[in-house]
Design a binder for this molecule. Structure first.
Ligand code: NAD
Length: 339
């Protein structure tokens, strides 16, 4: 079994690689990554000393790069983490997001279909257990008011160029299952947090501002609500779906930790204050500065986590506050003895 992991040098992909580094069920683990500003090779370079791990620098938006990696390594499983992932960047460069997130996914689907499915749309014997696993986001469903939650059957209603490009990718994934019988799975996950996230994202940005003694920019009045999940819980859920998920299905992975941006910011500042108390009667809270709202800013995301994850007790031992404290300590370069 060979597994192709696109975007494996990014935040979530990197945690997934760390999770499977000692798993010997794959003959080859091919990490295919363009190594953009969002990748972190240094953090993961030891993994590539293992003989079954291989790094291929390439672009999912390039048909020839994708063709070559499929031709050379004939993967049985594909997990597509690769994406331009920052909503703010998508507002300035929507075409990049279309090229990478939507067309890049289509390039991967085309090569997987060529390799796995015969002319009668039947899976070839060697690829009977193959899965094309698309890592999607709750943002494809759009925005919620204070009530209700999204589930796998919710209609798509993306509001940002990022979520539109991810929605477009998901539609192609679904279409390849329906049209060519490609064994696909899509999971929708809520906002991830954890060590090694890029500083452009909310939680590392708050901590980085404190480290640099800068103001913390919070959109509008900070009332927008996100559902936060620890990145390792997301990765556990991905492993479970790889093992137990059904081709052609979609699953929701929520964190059950809904907080407004202002609430999570205050919580982080309280944690920092316990680790490095603010000096000279100053308050970290004074660093919060409300700034002009993001265009098309979704008010609230909320997911009903699929039953399969509760059945397998995926989130059982994970404490949001402990994980957040560990994450804050990581970005402050502190080691917490208790964790
Ligand atoms: N971070 C979240 O909160 C979150 C939540 C739900 C879903 N997701 C999805 O999870 C996936 C991973 O997110 P992340 O936060 O780890 O992203 P990230 O930005 O940290 O990492 C993306 C990785 O993809 C690589 N990449 C970018 N463009 C590429 C291209 N054209 N070809 C090959 N590789 C390319 C980058 O080099 C990087 O290593 C994305 O698909 C994202 O949409 C993220």
């Amino acid at each position: 079994m060979n597994i192709l992991i696109t975007g494996g040098l990014g935040f979530i992909g990197g945690h997934f690689l760390t999770r499977i580094k000692d798993n010997n069920s794959y003959d080859k683990i091919i990490v295919f990554d363009k190594m953009t500003y969002a990748s972190n090779y240094k953090r993961l370079k030891n993994i590539f000393e293992k003989k079954n791990f291989l790094l291929v620098k390439g672009d999912i938006a390039s048909k020839s790069d994708v063709r070559q990696v499929f031709h050379a390594h004939k993967p049985n499983i594909v997990i597509n983490f690769a994406a331009e992932s920052h909503v703010d960047n998508s507002i300035n460069k929507p075409d990049l997001f279309l090229d990478v997130n939507t067309k890049g996914t289509l390039n991967l689907l085309i090569e997987a279909k060529k390799l796995w499915v015969n002319k009668k749309n039947v899976l070839k014997e060697f690829y009977k257990k193959s899965i094309f696993y698309q890592i999607s986001t709750d943002e494809v469903f759009g925005s919620l008011s204070k009530r209700n939650s999204f589930d796998e059957k919710s209609p798509y209603s993306p509001n940002s160029p990022y979520s539109a490009s991810k929605a477009g990718a998901d539609h192609f994934v679904r279409a390849f299952h329906k049209t060519y019988n490609l064994p696909t799975i899509i999971t929708y996950c809520s906002n991830n947090f954890g060590p090694y996230q890029n500083v452009e994202k909310l939680i590392p940005k708050i901590i980085s501002c404190i480290k640099q003694n800068k103001d913390i920019p919070i959109y509008s009045d900070g009332s927008n609500i996100r559902d936060w999940i620890y990145v390792e819980d997301h990765c556990k859920a991905i492993s479970l779906i790889l093992e137990k998920g059904k081709p052609g299905k979609e699953y929701c992975i929520g964190g059950s930790n809904e907080m407004s941006n202002l609430e999570i910011c205050k919580l982080i500042l309280e944690i920092i204050d316990t680790l490095i108390p603010c000096k000279n009667n100053n308050k970290y809270m004074d660093k919060i500065k409300f700034v002009k709202d993001r265009k098309g800013h979704d008010f609230r995301y909320s997911l009903k986590t699929s039953k399969i994850f509760y059945d397998h007790k995926i989130f059982q031992n994970s404490s949001f506050k402990e994980n957040l404290k560990f994450t804050v300590a990581h970005f402050l370069n502190l080691k917490l003895k208790t964790l």
